[in-house]
Ligand binder design. Structure first.
Ligand code: 5GP
Length: 192
């Protein structure tokens, strides 16, 4: 790893707003490129394979694990695997950009451990669990069981926010976006 190989990771529970914030940052900062994860979960109707995720069968995913093709993998929900591919990070570095990862808390910490100090981990905090529950319930894509699992997972993830380089409270989206932009600017100019 050379020093210019930076990585920015936005983590936080499902419903924290990290995906909205990451999309905003990607629009505003051409230096960033979204790191497309691999997953075994079913594709949602609004998602595109190779753009939102690389949707893999479980056996393909496990084969890639055996071939050591991932930087990190997590079973985020029971039976559903997610992972960051080494080839994806290399693809982005090779075009002179900084990979921006939108991943779960454990994946973020694994990457931080492997790539510190180059990697910057930012925890997007939804404010409180009630706000989060409201947001998760508003999501039409989730059924009851899946929302319940997500809320349980979110509570677990919230308890780990202290381990991150930076934590941003997302109560007002515009404020949170400006704060993450400031953190990003400092990171890219080597101030943090
Ligand atoms: P979703 O199914 O809603 O797209 O994502 C569920 C969770 O998995 C989110 O917290 C998302 O950030 C996380 N996730 C997505 N890709 C990866 C990955 O490559 N690795 C890890 N560890 N988590 C991921």
């Amino acid at each position: 790893m050379t020093p210019e190989k930076k990585i920015i990771i936005l983590a936080g529970p499902s419903g924290s707003g990290k995906t909205t914030i990451s999309k905003h940052l990607l629009e505003k900062n051409s230096i960033l490129s979204f790191s497309i994860s691999a997953t075994t979960r079913a594709k949602r109707s609004n998602e595109i394979d190779g753009q939102d995720y690389y949707f893999l069968t479980e056996s393909d995913f496990r084969e890639k694990m055996q071939m050591d093709e991932f930087v990190e993998t997590e079973e985020v929900y029971a039976g559903i695997l997610y992972g960051t591919l080494k080839s994806e990070m290399e693809r982005i570095w090779n075009i002179g950009k900084v990979p921006m990862l939108d991943i779960d808390v454990y994946g973020a910490l694994n990457i931080k451990e492997k790539f510190a100090p180059q990697a910057l981990t930012v925890f997007i905090h939804p404010g409180d669990v009630e706000t989060l529950k409201r947001r998760l319930k508003l999501r039409a894509t989730e059924n009851e069981e899946s929302s319940r699992k997500r809320i349980h997972r979110a509570e677990e993830e919230l308890s780990m926010s202290g381990i991150f380089d930076k934590t941003v409270l997302n109560i007002d989206l515009a404020t949170a976006q400006a704060e993450v932009q400031q953190i990003l600017d400092n990171y890219l100019s080597d101030k943090i």
